[in-house]
Design a binder for this molecule. Sequence first.
Ligand code: FMN
Length: 407
Amino acid sequence: MEDLRVLAKRRVPRMFYEYADSGSWTEGTYRSNQEDFEKIKLRQRVGVSIESRSTAATMLGRGVALPVAIAPTGLTGMQHADGEMLAARAARDFGVPFTLSTMSICSIEDVAQALNGDPFWFQVYVMRDRRFVERLIARAKAANVGALVLTLDLPVSGQRHKDLKNGLSAPPKLTLSNFANILGKPRWWWNMLRTRRRTLGNIVGHIEGIGSTTLLSEWCAQQFDPTLSWEDVRWIRRLWHGKLIVKGIQDVQDAHHAIAAGADAIVVSNHGGRQLDGAISSIRALPLIAEQVGTQIEVHMDGGIRSGQDVLKALALGAKGTYIGRSMLYGLGALGQRGVTRALEIIQKELDLTMAFCGYLRPGDVDRSILLDEFGLPYLPQQSARLLASRFVAAQTSQTSPELRVG
Ligand SMILES: Cc1cc2nc3c(=O)[nH]c(=O)nc-3n(C[C@H](O)[C@H](O)[C@H](O)COP(=O)(O)O)c2cc1C
């Protein structure tokens, strides 16, 4: 996966590569999404017959080749020309769900056409213009969308320094330094010249008066809605009768709200470290949420997944499914559709071999007993860890220290 990242960095213009490979403010949460996975160790087992294993699983009742979906990512068609269509085809052929972002370059209709009517998932933001949201949902229904992913963690946009410095826009503004940088990426611009899809395809042509890049960026900046509430989730639930996935949950209470609002699944996510810098990593947020609500709703997670081992760790901590954002984008930027397939192959192979070394035949069978902490000790459920910690503190404070006894 690291090779794909390095190749993508070489082939994609700086503005778009850095849009993908960045987090908000200090990027602390962005880094910890990956680093916290590395702290979790795996328990090797031997002497178990592991010949008949498979990575197949189900997500929301649908069979998948491995429990990994493609996360919604904005401007994917700027990592590679027609990026969303290519990634959607790669995911469909591999047997995993593809999620299209509202902020995509290729439109809902483009992707539906690229897949010849096969289903995909669509991510929606609640925007100030509620009539636009209603129309988006109607378009999603017409395009045979199989599940709606409602993202709640972007009522305002996190500040990403690199985007400000690079003057991010789609299509890119041709300043001298952008132009010089793009010239050095011949594969990218050659493909980009051959497509007509270079701006936000779900928006341009669907909102009156939005055509030019300036008007579009103004519209987008004004449209994220700070009044977003659980009432809006209930409103979407009434509009959309298919599977509803609520994305951006980091807190047990919010998970309960999602259940009450009628969601079919939640995604434990911090938006890949792009929103609240300082939030805990997704893999740390996952176990408590899965323990508390995992029997009432399907729990998914994303953030920091760069390998099949990360997928297995998330499953062991209670996720029924996972999503990849940057791992897909690196593949796409590096090698187009073939690169997305490659990224999925890498993750599947790592998942398969790791299951084998841990003595498991199915991803759905793993639980936290396959995990060890940094000291090689069992990975405790959050509740037990807390109980132990509080007993320890209580024991410490109730014990009279030797000095006090003497005194
Ligand atoms: C470049 C980029 C754009 C994104 N755009 C969206 C988006 O439009 N909608 C959304 O719900 N999440 C968006 N996300 C968040 C992803 O869906 C996902 O939560 C995140 O990428 C997972 O972390 P990972 O990249 O470490 O796998 C974006 C992430 C990236 C990296």
